[in-house]
Design a protein around this ligand. Structure first.
Ligand code: CO
Length: 386
């Protein structure tokens, strides 16, 4: 089922969604399996008070995404629906315009009421949709109570839909609801009072917006005609990009760290590279580093590489490694921006280094090694920028 799900098979997707919704036997196993691979699906939460035209807007958002060739999943969280099994007919009616499109998968889910219950079930279904190769997942709520806060937690981007005529209500919206919006929509903006609502949102934002944070834009739409939908979607995707950039920074990229390569010790590069070539990888660079007594082959892998290492003589570092441990992972290489500064810092921190200085190796790269005693048991190569 997992294989067919990944291939985009719609029936497998429907079965997988039912399985995780019911939480029955196999659900945990399936979820663990779908979460192994990171998905690039953008999760868009759409919330706002009843009557704001969210369903129509969601339909337009889906159309826009389909126009860009994206396959889309829609999860409609409906607190009035007492069961999920019978939701299909409702789905057909509410999404009439796109119901026959194989590239759109719509699922209604009952709100379970209990805090956390909703997020877990909806989040699980989103993970399954993401695994089925959907480029975007839209999560729509009716926007009352706890649901909207839960949805903001699940979504990469939260869209809050408001309408003219709310007047002072913008200020009286439930605490925390305005703050969680990444993009504001003033829908039905052909009606009187649209500018006033937009202005009120902007003035409220001015109170708490920190300059280094994403400032939620206010987009005016008319969902029934599609007006403003392109602008809305561009804002949504910009926000998703901004958040992902911030996430990457949080995980080391801001400090210029990245996985440069994995070094694998082999008896023979000629014999070992066959497997990697069968996998679809190619040798980009081969070089013999005389003073290390090693022959190397670099095979690019995304932004990283696999480095095959073959000793030129038995009495070399790699030769001894093979004699003692056999073929296998020899080292992990992490690239840093300022290699001299890193060498000095680690030395000062008392880290056990396996090189007495920064050296020049294959391809002219500068590097040094950190001893496994300091890294959790793996030889770590620090590489400077090319
Ligand atoms: Co290396």
């Amino acid at each position: 089922m997992l294989e067919r799900l990944r291939a985009g098979d719609v029936r497998a997707l429907a079965r997988a969604v039912s399985l995780v919704e019911d939480g029955g036997a196999g659900a945990a196993q399936l979820l663990a399996a779908v979460r192994v691979h990171e998905s690039h699906a953008v999760r868009i939460g759409v919330t706002g008070p009843p009557g704001a035209g969210k369903s129509t807007l969601v339909e337009q958002m889906v159309r826009w995404l389909r126009g860009r060739g994206e396959r889309v999943g829609v999860v409609a969280v409906d607190p009035t629906s007492p069961y999920t099994g019978g939701a299909l007919l409702g789905d057909r009616i509410r999404m009439q315009g796109i119901a026959d499109d194989e590239g759109v998968y719509v699922r209604s889910m009952a709100s379970r009421g209990a805090m956390g219950g909703l997020s877990r079930a909806v989040g699980d279904v989103c993970d399954v949709l993401a695994a089925s190769g959907r480029g975007a997942i839209v999560i729509e709520t009716v926007g009352v109570g706890q649901d909207e806060v839960d949805v903001a937690r699940l979504a990469d981007v939260t869209v809050l839909v408001l309408v003219p005529g709310m007047g002072d209500d913008v200020q009286s919206m439930k605490a925390g609801v305005m703050e969680m919006a990444d993009v504001f929509v003033v829908n039905k903006s052909d009606r009187e009072g649209a500018d006033r609502v937009a202005a009120e949102i902007v003035s409220m934002q001015g109170l708490g917006a920190a300059s280094d944070r994403w400032v939620a834009p206010v987009v005016k739409t008319v969902a029934t005609t599609g007006e403003g939908v392109a602008e809305l979607m561009e804002a949504v995707l910009r926000c998703a990009d901004a958040k992902r950039g911030a996430q990457r920074k949080g995980s080391g990229e801001a400090r210029g760290l990245r996985l440069d390569h994995l070094g694998v010790a082999v008896k023979s590069i000629a014999a070992a590279k066959g497997f990697y070539e069968a996998l679809g990888m190619e040798v980009a660079h081969e070089e013999t580093v005389e003073f290390e007594q090693v022959k190397t082959a670099m095979l690019p892998l995304g932004e990283s590489r696999i480095e095959l290492l073959e000793p030129t003589v038995e009495d070399s570092v790699i030769g001894k490694f093979l004699a003692k441990r056999g073929e296998g992972l020899h080292h992990i290489a992490v690239q840093v921006e300022e290699i001299d500064a890193m060498f000095a810092k680690l030395k000062a921190d008392g880290v056990r280094l396996a090189s007495d200085a920064v050296r020049v190796g294959a391809g002219g790269h500068r590097y040094f090694f950190v001893h496994p005693a300091s890294t959790g048991g793996v030889l770590l190569e620090i590489v400077g920028e090319a």
